[in-house]
Design a protein around this ligand. Structure first.
Ligand SMILES: Nc1nc2c([nH]c(=O)n2[C@H]2C[C@H](O)[C@@H](COP(=O)(O)OP(=O)(O)OP(=O)(O)O)O2)c(=O)[nH]1
Ligand SMILES: [Mg+2]
Length: 126
């Protein structure tokens, strides 16, 4: 099976809080918390996908951002290439667009939430 390309936005606000959302139960890695993001579409760059997913899922526009890490992770049922961006400035107010639970949490709180295994390394580095 082909690897699936994913873009993820780690959004940090001016109070050093991170934006996280709860994945619905029925999806891959359901019931885990996540950073907004999703699959990169055909003919789209990792950056474009990150910008699109942020708008679609939480209605904000990234202004200042950089690629933190691109990494491969094998879940057994799915193989992913994940591109993690750190968004340090954005326009708009984050609002969950898909009815998902959404929270702003500090670094210490972040460590107490359950994330997909692919996130462990990046969360340690934040
Ligand atoms: N959004 C997000 N996905 C993550 C994270 N960590 C992680 O392993 N994943 C995995 C879970 C999924 O297999 C994949 C993301 O796909 P997704 O379900 O969000 O895709 P999407 O937004 O395009 O959703 P859809 O339109 O296909 O329903 O990456 C994370 O922090 N955020
Ligand atoms: Mg998504």
């Amino acid at each position: 099976m082909k690897n699936i390309d994913i873009s993820i936005a780690v959004v940090k606000n001016t109070q050093n809080l991170f934006l996280i959302c709860l994945r619905p139960d029925h999806v891959h890695q359901g019931g885990k918390w996540e950073f907004p993001g999703g699959k990169i579409k055909k003919n789209e760059s990792a950056e474009q996908a990150m910008l699109r997913e942020l708008k679609e899922e939480v209605a904000i526009t990234a202004v200042d951002y950089r690629l933190l890490e691109s990494t491969f992770f094998d879940y057994g049922d799915k193989q992913l290439n994940l591109n993690f961006f750190l968004v340090s400035q954005f326009d708009g107010e984050a609002l969950a667009q898909e009815g998902q639970r959404m929270e702003w949490v500090n670094k210490a709180e972040l460590l107490t939430y359950s994330f997909p295994d692919a996130n462990a390394a990046i969360i340690k580095k934040l």
